[in-house]
Design a protein around this ligand. Structure first.
Ligand SMILES: Cc1cc2nc3c(=O)[nH]c(=O)nc-3n(C[C@H](O)[C@H](O)[C@H](O)COP(=O)(O)OP(=O)(O)OC[C@H]3O[C@@H](n4cnc5c(N)ncnc54)[C@H](O)[C@@H]3O)c2cc1C
Length: 271
């Protein structure tokens, strides 16, 4: 791998949340500046070539001081995918490559002067929001005074919430933050007593309850493309203008034959 383009990072921790969701922490040999919400490009090289994809950074900047950097990622396995099966095989001590600069514009919008922020995620789409809340706890000046955040984190079943405990703990320390965890397939998760429904079904309910109105609130949608499409429609009908809706689409659904191409994956996480 070209050392001018990539850092060689070492896996320092791995935690499996369920059979197809896990996190890795990577130690980079040099500082890696980024803003909460941005992504890094991870690459694995093998006999078939270099395989690389974008991944939102879960950690907050500076979790390991110079001269190193420590980055955390939350992955979903796409069984027929190019990179995730390779990332899934990584264990502590293994090497993965990271493109040298962070990218992305999916950061807390400070330009529009809104103090209200509605963050909506499906499964791994919560990653940028964990980074934001970790950053806010580490530095109370990270968000302007009186900032309020409602975070809706939705999965099919509760074991997909890799960061549920941490999000609850962060919300307990940040008075302006409300975290809503919702399960869309409660019939497959008998012990779940929390909110039910898909992310987009809850956007209106929690925006209204918090008094978050279009024109005064920035909305952020991250993860599954269908959720983003649906939630955008709902928010537009509630008076949110285009510049107030930020989106980070994790993948593109095949145009035709979606069922045939990604049955287990697209179906499992889209409802
Ligand atoms: C800015 C950005 C940030 C991202 N952050 C994350 C992250 O934090 N965590 C994470 O796991 N992924 C994230 N992704 C998605 C990631 O880049 C890869 O697309 C994903 O991991 C699949 O890679 P793959 O090579 O295994 O599958 P691919 O070979 O790229 O895809 C194979 C097929 O699976 C479909 N597909 C891909 N991903 C999914 C999915 N999750 N569910 C259903 N179908 C899918 C594709 O449409 C394609 O048809 C992010 C994407 C972007 C653009």
């Amino acid at each position: 791998m070209d050392a001018n383009k990539y850092h060689a990072a070492m896996v320092t921790a791995r935690r499996d949340f369920c059979s197809d969701l896990w996190m890795l922490r990577l130690r980079l040999p040099a500082p890696f500046p980024f803003q909460p919400g941005q992504y890094a490009t991870l690459a694995v090289e093998d006999a078939e070539g270099v395989h690389e994809r974008a991944y939102s950074i879960v950690s907050s900047p500076g979790e390991a001081g110079p001269p190193e950097a420590e980055l955390e990622f939350f992955f979903e396995l796409v069984p027929q995918g190019e990179l995730t099966p390779r990332l899934y095989r990584l264990q502590v001590g293994d090497t993965v490559h990271v493109r040298r600069s962070a990218k992305g514009l999916f950061v807390l919008d400070r330009k529009r002067g809104h103090r209200q922020h509605l963050l909506v995620a499906t499964v791994t789409g919560v990653a940028p929001y964990v980074s934001m809340l970790r950053s806010w706890v580490r530095d109370p000046a990270w968000a302007p005074p009186e900032t309020r955040i409602v975070l809706i984190d939705a999965g099919s079943r509760s074991w997909e919430f890799g960061y549920a405990d941490e999000l609850r703990a962060l919300a307990a320390r940040l008075p302006g933050v409300e975290v809503v965890l919702s399960v869309s397939r409660p019939w497959e998760d008998a012990g779940w007593t929390g909110e039910r429904g898909r992310a987009e079904d809850l956007v209106r309910k929690y925006a209204d309850a918090a008094g978050f109105k279009g024109g005064e609130t920035s909305a952020y949608l991250c993860g599954h493309p269908q959720m983003i499409e649906n939630a955008k429609g709902i928010l537009s009908r509630c008076g949110f203008s285009k510049p107030d809706i930020h989106e980070e689409i994790y993948f593109v659904l095949p145009k035709t034959g979606a069922q045939a191409v990604t049955p287990a994956v697209a179906g499992a996480r889209s409802e």
